[in-house]
Each structure stands twice: as structure tokens, then as C-alpha cells.
Design a protein around this ligand. Structure first.
Ligand SMILES: *Cc1c(COP(=O)(O)O)cnc(C)c1O
Length: 482
């Protein structure tokens, strides 16, 4: 694999692309940031990007496109039915993911809607390595339940386990035996388990899961939204696959699954998604839902320009130089945070750095949302927008009792190829300052709590006057610096 070593001995990632279109950013003064976070109900989702310096909320739809993707968008074929752009997309799916049939959907959760409605009956159990918010919401919506079957040590935040996204095979067998095969809709494997810090699974584990699926006759579904980076980390961390190309690894992964779906917002473009299968009878089961919820079968709610970009982007997931950029930057950010003693999920995964808000804000009870508070505080003192991945992103049970999240994380996503190394240094610098002043951060409580996916639009307020105290300390230490 291509590695660039520095004469100085420094271990830093080198950008293997150049910037050709730029967008001006706004680093507004801390007084404005205080007003902005108050107006946003202390929920970073509700900030306007004119108040945001580095947007590290998500890697969804925010990655930099390649010149080839942008060029392809100009060739898009506008047609309601039979657009040539769709056939390019279908061909890319066949070549890269080795699935013959493609149902286009407007984004990943739309695939989850179609899959859940088709395959889940009320009371069914869906075993999986770990849930993703929208996957869970759609499963609950049709009356299903999930069983999360990670190894016990996967939730140990600081670890050297290279594959924390693996399913525990003993737990999987037990889950199937206890619930009965007839009550299992399918097994769901998520590449690079998003919510536990973008942690990959190994090929060996996926093969074991396949064996169990075969033994019991259960369908295996792969959420491939983050498959490129999972494949890259398999190559880096799993001895048996060191000599294989990314293409070989991706194909080996998708071949093991009966159905592959993905959000193209992460995988290859800025919009769109797809459901990919080889078995025609599975295709027919879902087909009717596409015109109902998405659009005609050759666009599925995606603009033809985006479809062109997805087709090119899928092929680019085979390019190791392109794919390796994001994991290398993340590795750098995580390693530097770790060196400074700031609690962060290790080993480095994909998507971004995941700060352990539970130990960063040990003094804030979990019922006052330490990860949400840390996200708001970090925005306030830096203009960097991260995302809460903790109890606010969780749900209440049937009785309205809060389900406290297993882990409280502040996620700082690194959209692919968007930020430079000096911006990463700024992220580190301000987080280090906040860590040194962490006792100034206080808790949050809801003022407006939507019943579904509350983390998106929920409103909160601080439980004390802690934001003002942080601003005061910031000004004392930084003077007139932004
Ligand atoms: C983002 C994501 C989804 C949902 O995709 P959207 O395009 O945002 O609807 C599903 N699964 C995983 C693993 C994701 O990261």
C-alpha cells in the first residue's frame, strides 16, 4: 500500500488530491455563537451553517466530489422512464457490488423503509451487530424488534480490538434458537457500525454469520453505506486480506449477503441510495413499493445528475488512494486526541473521531445528556459543529421512560476530502482547551421533545448558567481571538 514517510519523522496524513473549488467559511465571534446555540435550542442539528466554521455534524451528503463525478453530472439524461443515467448506475452496481438487480431509492432510510415493510412482520426479531437510528426507527414502525449482538467488549471505548463491529456468533445462535427461526425476518450486518464509533467487522466474522444464516435458512442483509472504509480496514487489519485489492474485498463482502443496501450520501455521492439483489424473487417482493414511496423504477426519487455521480462514485470506491484519505485523517485526529489524554474511541474507525463524552463530562449525570452538552459547549467555544450520539439520540420505552444510551459520544465527522490538516489542528486545539476547562460544562434538559427521532429537531436548555461561564473563561484565555 502506498505510504508517504516524512524526513522529519512526523506521522501526518498527506492529501493526495488538490482543491479546485472553494467555499468561504464563517468563523463568527463567540457572542454570536452563544446566541446561535441558544436559538438552536442547544441542538447542533438546528444551527444555520452561516454560524458554523467547520461542519463536522456528519459525513452524509457533505463529502467532496471528484472532478469525474462533477463531469458526469453534465451528461445526465433527463427522462422519467428508461434514463440512460440509471443504466450506468445499474452497471456500476453490477461491476462493483456484483448484484444484478437494483432498486433506486432517494436515500438510505428509504431503503430501510422498503426492506422493513417487505420482510418484517409485527413481533419479528432482527438480529444485528448494532443499530443505526433510521434502521431502528423503520423496524419499530412496522412492529419489529432488534437484538444487538456485538461482543461484550465492543462497547469498551478505549480498546485495541481491531473489529469491534463483529457479531458474537454464540449470541447469534442463541438469539435464533430462543426466538425461533420463524420469528427472525433477517440478520442485518452494518459495515463500519456507525453509532459505536465507525467500527468495522472482519471478513472472517461475516463468513461465520453467513454460515449461520445458511444453517437456519435466514436472509442476510448488509447495510453497505460505509463499505468502502470497512473494506479498507479489513485490508489494513486482517492478515488474510492484506494482498487483496479493495475491489476483491468489497465483492467478497457483498457476495456473502442476500441483499445489499446503502445510502449513497455516504458511499459515493451526495444524494441517493439503492437496494441491490441477485435473486429476482426478492426484487419482485419490493418492486411495487418503489413507485409508491420513491419514484419510477429508473430514478427512485434521485435526480439524474446525482445518479450519474453515484455511478462514478461507486467505481471510485475501488480506488485505494481515494478511499484511504478519510481513514488516514481520522487515524491522525484520533491518535493526537489520545496522546493528549482526551478520551476518544479507539482504535480509530471510519466517519470521524468519537469523543467519549461520558468520561469527558463525568460530572454531568446521564439524564442531563453529557454528549449533547459537550456538542453544544464545543460549538460555543470553537464554531465547530459535531453531533450528539448518546441518550438524546436514543428513545423512550413503551412507558415513556428514557432508555439511557450504552455510550455517550460526541461525534466529530470528517467529511471525505473536505478539511485540511490545519483545520484538523484547530479542532484539536480547541478541544484540548475545552478538556482543560471541562468542569465549566453543565447539563441540558428538553424544552421540546418530538416523539420520533427526537435528536433531529428537539429543543433543550442548559440546567444552569454554564454557557455564560464558558464564554467568560474563553475571553479571559483567548482575548480578542475568534
Ligand atoms: C446514514 C446511514 C443510513 C441512512 O442513510 P440516509 O441516506 O441518511 O437516509 C443507514 N445506515 C447507515 C450505516 C448510515 O450511516
Amino acid at each position: 500500500m502506498s505510504k508517504v514517510k516524512f524526513y522529519s519523522g512526523e506521522d501526518i496524513p498527506l492529501e493526495l488530491h488538490k482543491v479546485r473549488v472553494v467555499q468561504k467559511l464563517h468563523l463568527v465571534p463567540i457572542e454570536r455563537r452563544l446566541n446561535a446555540i441558544e436559538e438552536a435550542g442547544f441542538n447542533t442539528f438546528r444551527l444555520n451553517t452561516k454560524d458554523v466554521y467547520l461542519d463536522m455534524l456528519t459525513d452524509s451528503g457533505t463529502n467532496a466530489m471528484s472532478d469525474n463525478q462533477v463531469a458526469a453530472m453534465f451528461q445526465a439524461d433527463d427522462a422519467y422512464a428508461g434514463s440512460q443515467s440509471f443504466y450506468k448506475y445499474q452497471q456500476a452496481v453490477e461491476d462493483v457490488l456484483e448484484k444484478k438487480y437494483l432498486l433506486p431509492v432517494h436515500q438510505g432510510r428509504a431503503a430501510e423503509n422498503v426492506i422493513s415493510r417487505t420482510f418484517i412482520k409485527p413481533g419479528n426479531i432482527i438480529p444485528m451487530n448494532y443499530h443505526f437510528t433510521t434502521a431502528l426507527a423503520h423496524i419499530l414502525e412496522v412492529g419489529g424488534k432488534i437484538a444487538e449482538l456485538l461482543h461484550d467488549d465492543a462497547l469498551i471505548l478505549q480498546s485495541t480490538n481491531p473489529f469491534k463491529g463483529n457479531i458474537d456468533i454464540d449470541k447469534l445462535v442463541k438469539c435464533i434458537e430462543e426466538n425461533g427461526v420463524e420469528n427472525i425476518s433477517f440478520i442485518r450486518m452494518e459495515a463500519s457500525t456507525n453509532l459505536i464509533g465507525g467500527q468495522p467487522f472482519s471478513m472472517a466474522n461475516l463468513m461465520d454469520v453467513r454460515q449461520i444464516a445458511d444453517k437456519y435458512g435466514i436472509m442476510l442483509i448488509l447495510d453497505a453505506s460505509l463499505i468502502g472504509e470497512n473494506a479498507y480496514l479489513i485490508k489494513e487489519r486482517e492478515q488474510a486480506w492484506k494482498e487483496n485489492s479493495l475491489g476483491d474485498i468489497i465483492k467478497a463482502m457483498t457476495d456473502l449477503a442476500d441483499l445489499v443496501y446503502f445510502s449513497a450520501r455516504k458511499l459515493s455521492s451526495s444524494r441517493g441510495g439503492g437496494i441491490c439483489i441477485n435473486r429476482k424473487e426478492l426484487y419482485y417482493k419490493m418492486e411495487a413499493l418503489i413507485p409508491l414511496y420513491e419514484g419510477f423504477l429508473t430514478y427512485g426519487g434521485i435526480s439524474v445528475r446525482e445518479i450519474e455521480a453515484i455511478a462514478v462514485g461507486l467505481r471510485e470506491t475501488l480506488d485505494e488512494t481515494m478511499i484511504s484519505q478519510s481513514p488516514k485523517f481520522i487515524e491522525h485526529l484520533v491518535t493526537e486526541l489520545d496522546k493528549k489524554g482526551i478520551p476518544v474511541v479507539t482504535p480509530p474507525g471510519v466517519l470521524g473521531a468519537h469523543v467519549d463524552a461520558g468520561s469527558f463530562c463525568q460530572h454531568i449525570p446521564q439524564t442531563e445528556y453529557p454528549a449533547g452538552a459537550l456538542a453544544a459547549a464545543y460549538y460555543l467555544i470553537s464554531g465547530v459543529r459535531g453531533m450528539e450520539r448518546g441518550t438524546i439520540s436514543s428513545v423512550r420505552d413503551e412507558n415513556g421512560v428514557e432508555i439511557l444510551a450504552n455510550i455517550e459520544l460526541l461525534r466529530l465527522a470528517l467529511p471525505r476530502r473536505v478539511f485540511t490538516l490545519s483545520q484538523v489542528k484547530y479542532v484539536l486545539d480547541r478541544l484540548t482547551w475545552l478538556y482543560d476547562n471541562r468542569e465549566l460544562i453543565g447539563g441540558l434538559r428538553f424544552t421540546y421533545e418530538p416523539p420520533v427521532l427526537r435528536f433531529f429537531m428537539g429543543g433543550l436548555e442548559p440546567t444552569s448558567n454554564w454557557p455564560a461561564r464558558l464564554v467568560e473563561k474563553f475571553k479571559k484565555d483567548f482575548g480578542d481571538s475568534l
